[in-house]
Design a protein around this ligand. Structure first.
Ligand SMILES: Cc1cc2nc3c(=O)[nH]c(=O)nc-3n(C[C@H](O)[C@H](O)[C@H](O)COP(=O)(O)OP(=O)(O)OC[C@H]3O[C@@H](n4cnc5c(N)ncnc54)[C@H](O)[C@@H]3O)c2cc1C
Length: 283
């Protein structure tokens, strides 16, 4: 195996342009599982660990810019992430267990494009953007448009993830939720994962709902039909039930070793209903 070790972002981009078949390596928690099978034998690896610019978490005027090499442990503990984007901090704390959180990075999680990436529902409701760089320059990709399918992204050849930008919310939501449903508390791949933000007026009318589910389709999904239905309406049992019925329009859960499609759907509907009614944990 040939390993290339760039010392900064410019060198990483240049090396990747020259060797487009190279495999970027961040924390290695996904990639080294493949390495043990021999699947990487003979491949060239682009080790990004020396690219310090992509490690930092920076406040800008409009939002938070999180370097792709920030680890889940850093996200979990960062004061700005915890204050401004608590659902992302909660999601980072739910990834694997401490060892994986110490090595695994946000950029690696996103580039790996698993349907069960735990950071994804939070990034979807925060309307994050992925900043990709290549020899041709830099572009910003809306988070929900970043994925092309299971384990597939819309990164162009030669593009690396430099950072993820989360715009500040204009007002604090009345309610927020991150919930990962797995078989156990640590080291479990989610059966479903939900993130929600809800703004409600004093008259109990919904100003805005943002709700996203992971592990319920090939890629993370915002529940656009349910979000549209509740806008401007008064919260109540009937509205919550209608919103839950609409959930199927935006997701297509699979059956696999972890769960049946029916269970995934039922649990997700309960999470949405509880969130809208403010009765989290009643099921
Ligand atoms: C035991 C175990 C438990 C896990 N539990 C969870 C879990 O609960 N939830 C969860 O979401 N994930 C989980 N994972 C998966 C993994 O830990 C995360 O996805 C992690 O964030 C990957 O980051 P990494 O830096 O280790 O990526 P790497 O393994 O270094 O890379 C992953 C992929 O991303 C590409 N890549 C990395 N960085 C970049 C970049 N900057 N630009 C472009 N491409 C890049 C690599 O080429 C590779 O294809 C688990 C993994 C293991 C082994």
């Amino acid at each position: 195996m040939t390993v290339l070790r760039p010392r900064d972002a410019a060198e990483a981009v240049a090396l990747y342009a020259a060797r487009p078949a190279a495999l970027p390596l961040a924390g290695g928690t996904d990639l080294l599982v493949l390495w043990t099978t021999g699947a990487l034998n003979g491949r060239t690896v682009l080790d990004l660990s020396g690219v310090k610019e992509w490690r930092s978490i920076r406040k800008t005027v409009t939002g938070l810019s999180i370097g792709s090499l920030a680890t889940h442990a850093e996200l979990r503990g960062d004061p700005a992430v915890r204050r401004e984007f608590p659902l992302l901090a909660a999601a980072a704390a739910a990834v694997g267990a401490e060892q994986i959180q110490n090595r695994g990075t946000l950029g690696g999680n996103i580039a790996n494009a698993s349907p069960a990436g735990d950071a994804f529902p939070a990034l979807a409701v925060y309307e994050a953007a992925v900043v990709a760089v290549s020899r041709k320059g830099q572009r910003s990709i809306p988070f929900c448009e970043f994925f092309a399918g299971v384990k597939k992204t819309n990164l162009a050849p030669g593009e690396l993830i430099a950072s993820v930008v989360l715009p500040y919310l204009e007002t604090r939501p009345r309610r927020q939720l991150f919930r990962k449903v797995g078989t156990r508390a640590a080291m479990s791949i989610s059966k479903t994962a939900a993130a929600g933000l809800l703004w409600v007026g004093p008259d109990r009318r919904v100003r805005e709902l943002r709700f996203a589910l992971g592990s319920m389709a090939p890629t993370v999904r915002r529940l656009r039909a349910a979000e549209g239905l509740v806008k401007g309406k008064r919260l109540g049992r009937e509205l919550a039930a209608e919103a839950c019925e609409l959930l199927r329009r935006d997701v297509s859960p699979i059956e696999d070793a972890r769960s049946t499609a029916e269970y995934r759907l039922h649990v997700s509907q309960n999470l949405l209903a509880d969130f809208l009614l403010g009765t989290q944990g009643s099921h």
